[in-house]
Design a protein around this ligand. Structure first.
Ligand code: AMP
Ligand code: ZN
Length: 120
């Protein structure tokens, strides 16, 4: 019996492997960005590392370059979606109490409407 790997279980790993369809807006060797299936704003994208990191709580020093790379992609996509100057919100939920539902690290990029603070 072959072992079950997290890549076979994780929704976003399946999206990376193109086993589940998604509307991809950016891809390179280490990261992927795609449209959120349940958008909470006119622009709602998810930017993810291709490496399976479950939560922000699980990062370590070796991930610094990868994490910075995700935010460079955020900026690029915000510019492409014309929300760079109007403003945009980035969110990373880490853990259940924060509302994380998919346990593969992702940055939400949202824009195209006004946001409130503090968030709910
Ligand atoms: P979080 O609650 O921070 O873990 O965010 C998970 C996000 O993934 C939610 O905004 C969902 O709408 C989104 N999502 C879940 N399944 C898919 C999918 N198949 N394709 C795109 N986005 C998804
Ligand atoms: Zn994963």
């Amino acid at each position: 019996m072959s072992p079950v790997h997290f890549e076979d279980k994780c929704l976003f790993c399946k999206i990376i492997q193109k086993k589940i369809p998604s509307k991809i807006v950016y891809e390179d060797e280490s990261a992927l960005a795609f449209e959120d299936i349940s958008p909470q704003a006119p622009v709602h994208l998810l930017i993810i590392p291709k490496t399976h990191i479950p939560r922000l709580a699980d990062i370590n020093a070796g991930d610094e370059k990868q994490l910075a790379h995700l935010f460079t992609i955020v900026r690029k996509l915000a510019e492409e979606k014309n929300i760079l100057e109007s403003g945009f919100r980035t969110v990373i939920n880490s853990g259940e109490e924060a509302g994380q539902t998919v346990f593969h690290l992702h940055v939400h990029l949202m824009g195209g409407r006004a946001f409130h603070w503090p968030p709910g």
